[in-house]
Design a protein around this ligand. Structure first.
Ligand code: PLP
Length: 360
C-alpha cells in the first residue's frame, strides 16, 4: 500500500489515523458485530456516536448553549436555498460576493426574495476580500451572507464584516475547524464536511436558537426546515450515519492534536512554507493579494498554460496529486487542509524548486 500526498480541494485528505481506526472497526464496531454502515440510526451504539460527535464539536469550537448543531445532507449547496427559506422573514438579504460559491448562494437566494450584493471582488477575478468595515447594509436585511474561505480563489476573510447588527451567515466549508472561531459573532455557521472534516454527504449547520422557527417561507419542505432537524436531534429521518461517525473520529483527532489553536499553528506553519517559496520564485506566482491569503487553498500559476499542465502531470508522477486548479481559473491549486501533513507541503515545495530549475 502506498499513499500519495493528496492536494484535492474536496473531497480531500483525511487523517491517516482516522482511516486506520475506521478500517479496524469496519466489520465489527466495538463488539456490536456489525459495521456502523449496517446499524440502525436509532441504536444505542449510534446514539452514542452522534451525541459524542456533537459534544466534541461543541468543545472544539466553544459552541454556546444557545446554538444548535445539526448534521444534515444535501451538501453545502442545499444550504444556499435552506438559508433564505428559513431566514428571509422580510424577504431581503445582503450578500458579499467573493467567489463562485457566494455568487451561487446569492443567485439561489434570489428565488426567494430581494438580494442586495453589497460588496464584491469580481472586478479583479476574486483575488481579494473587499473592505467590509462600513458597507451599505440594508435596513430590512434578514441577514448578511459571506463565504468565509474561498476554496476556488484562495482568499479568506481575516476580519468578519461589520454587519451593523444584522445576523451573519457564513459558509465555512473550506476552513471549518482550521483555526479558533468566536461562534457568538454568527447567526449561522455551516459547511459541507468533505473539505476539512470528513466524507462527502454530511453538512454541519451551527445555528443560533432564535433563528430556528416554524415561521419559514410558504412551501418550505419539512426536510428543509431547520426546526424539523433541531427538534429531532438530527434524527428526523435516517442521517448520513457513517459520515457522521467519521466526522466524530476527526473531532477526536483534532482534540488529540491540541484543538483549534494547535490546528491554526500547524496550518500557518504549512502555509508559510508554500507562500514563502512562491514569494521568491522566478517561475511560480500566487494569484491573490497577500493580506487575504487562505491558509487552506493556495492557487498559483506559471503564466503559461502548457507549463502548468506539465507541472500537474509531473507532480502526479512524483506522488503529489490533484494540483490542477479549478476549471474556472486554471493554473494550480494546492489545498493544504488540516489533515495534510507538514511533510506533504515540504515535498511539494521541493518538487516546485526542482521543476523551476528544469524549466526556467
Ligand atoms: C465545495 C464548496 C461548496 C459546495 O459544496 P457541496 O457540498 O458540493 O454542495 C460550497 N461552498 C464552499 C465554500 C465550498 O468549498
Amino acid at each position: 500500500m502506498s499513499r500519495v500526498y493528496n492536494f484535492s480541494a474536496g473531497p480531500a485528505v483525511l487523517p491517516e489515523e482516522v482511516l486506520r481506526e475506521a478500517a479496524e472497526e469496519m466489520l465489527d464496531y466495538r463488539g456490536t458485530g456489525m459495521s456502523v454502515m449496517e446499524m440502525s440510526h436509532r441504536s444505542k451504539a449510534f446514539e452514542e456516536i452522534i451525541t459524542t460527535a456533537e459534544q466534541d464539536l461543541r468543545d472544539l469550537m466553544g459552541i454556546p448553549d444557545n446554538y444548535r448543531v445539526l448534521f444534515l445532507q444535501g451538501g453545502a449547496s442545499q444550504q444556499f436555498a435552506m438559508i433564505p427559506m428559513n431566514l428571509m422573514k422580510n424577504r431581503v438579504a445582503d450578500y458579499i460576493v467573493t467567489g463562485q460559491w457566494a455568487k451561487k448562494a446569492a443567485k439561489e437566494a434570489e428565488k426567494y426574495g430581494k438580494v442586495n450584493r453589497i460588496a464584491s471582488s469580481e472586478d479583479k477575478t476574486f483575488s481579494y476580500i473587499p473592505d467590509c468595515s462600513d458597507l451599505p447594509v440594508s435596513e430590512d436585511a434578514d441577514y448578511v451572507y459571506i463565504c468565509e474561505n474561498n476554496t476556488i480563489y484562495g482568499t479568506k476573510f481575516k476580519t468578519l464584516p461589520n454587519t451593523k447588527g444584522k445576523t451573519l451567515v457564513a459558509d465555512v466549508s473550506s476552513c471549518f475547524l482550521s483555526e479558533p472561531v468566536d461562534v457568538t459573532k454568527y447567526g449561522v455557521i455551516y459547511g459541507g464536511v468533505q473539505k476539512n472534516i470528513g466524507p462527502a454527504g454530511v453538512v454541519i449547520v451551527i445555528i443560533r436558537e432564535d433563528l430556528i422557527t416554524e415561521d419559514v417561507l410558504p412551501g418550505t419542505p419539512t426536510m428543509l426546515t431547520y426546526k424539523t432537524h433541531a427538534d429531532a436531534g438530527s434524527l428526523y429521518n435516517t442521517p448520513p450515519a457513517y459520515g457522521i461517525y467519521i466526522c466524530g473520529k476527526v473531532f477526536k483527532w483534532i482534540k488529540a492534536m491540541g484543538g483549534l489553536e494547535a490546528m491554526k499553528e500547524r496550518n500557518e506553519k504549512k502555509a508559510k512554507v508554500l507562500y514563502d517559496f512562491l514569494d521568491q520564485s522566478k517561475l511560480f506566482k500566487g494569484t491573490v493579494v497577500k493580506e487575504d491569503r487562505s491558509l487552506m487553498n493556495v492557487p498559483f500559476v506559471t503564466g503559461d498554460a502548457d507549463l502548468d499542465a506539465k507541472f500537474v502531470k509531473e507532480a502526479k508522477e512524483a506522488g503529489l496529486e490533484n494540483l490542477k486548479g479549478h476549471r474556472s481559473v486554471g493554473g494550480m491549486r494546492a489545498s493544504i487542509y488540516n489533515a495534510m501533513p507538514y511533510e506533504g507541503v515540504v515535498a511539494l515545495v521541493d518538487f516546485m524548486k526542482k521543476f523551476e530549475e528544469e524549466n526556467l
